[in-house]
Design a protein around this ligand. Sequence first.
Ligand SMILES: NC(=O)c1ccc[n+]([C@@H]2O[C@H](COP(=O)([O-])OP(=O)(O)OC[C@H]3O[C@@H](n4cnc5c(N)ncnc54)[C@H](OP(=O)(O)O)[C@@H]3O)[C@@H](O)[C@H]2O)c1
Length: 251
Amino acid sequence: MKQIAIVTGASSGMGSDFARQIDGREGIDEIWLVARRRARLESLAGELKNARAVIIEADLSTDEGISIITAKLAAEKPSVRILVNNAGYGKIGNFSDLSRGDNLGMVDLNVRTLTALTYDALPYMATGSSIIQVASLAAFLPISTMAVYAASKSYVLSFSEALAVELEARGISVTALCPGPVATEFFEIAANKKDHGMKGLVPSSLVVSRALKAAEKGKAAILPTAIWKLTAFFTRFAPRKFLARAAGRMM
Ligand SMILES: NC(=O)c1ccc[n+]([C@@H]2O[C@H](COP(=O)([O-])OP(=O)(O)OC[C@H]3O[C@@H](n4cnc5c(N)ncnc54)[C@H](OP(=O)(O)O)[C@@H]3O)[C@@H](O)[C@H]2O)c1
């Protein structure tokens, strides 16, 4: 039986780095690269030296997109060694100023699709397999001007921590990755402009290598830098209203 890794949102940012860093890991025959931009996936596939790259062009905010992966799993019955639910986006702006489509789209992709793919991949996972769910530092606090995004990532963290306990007996690890600002296309899309002005961005490859190490160790959650750990710790003591306002100002 072939052993595979699935990486959603592989066409840029952390998803591309997950694919690059999973490539060459022992026992991974294929990496399924999922996103909408086929040309980007093809270029990434050309970089992979060890595992066979399988390109899956899919809009994961739709049921049709999700079912492409589900149907492929059912047809090929691989052993899924690593599932990285990474595809996601955030939009900056007051809830009522953002479009209805953007607000609901974040719930669809960040929450619904991540849940569906976790459910659909689990029957193909065995002892020693890992699930990495890309949450965010935003999971720890409400953020005005990113209300839906922060709430969607709180879901990812809570869901993943509970699932980690449920899957312990099966020897499957679940790790919620909770990064602060990372140097990817995220803020360009969030702010709708190239010059978004976000400072202190951490390299994506560093965040990804720390996430993969945490998954190997079976950690339920990973905040990849000291400052992000400290921020998450501080959120336990600050009033939620203060956090929502202060974080919104930073955005
Ligand atoms: N960068 C940060 O500061 C940061 C911090 C915390 C958490 N995160 C989280 O990290 C994850 C990865 O984001 P990133 O920072 O690497 O940003 P990115 O460079 O914008 O990558 C997002 C990826 O998601 C894919 N995607 C978006 N909509 C999709 C859809 N409808 N169907 C399929 N794929 C879709 C994109 O591919 P296509 O456009 O080709 O479909 C792209 O590959 C996200 O879940 C994000 O919320 C990011």
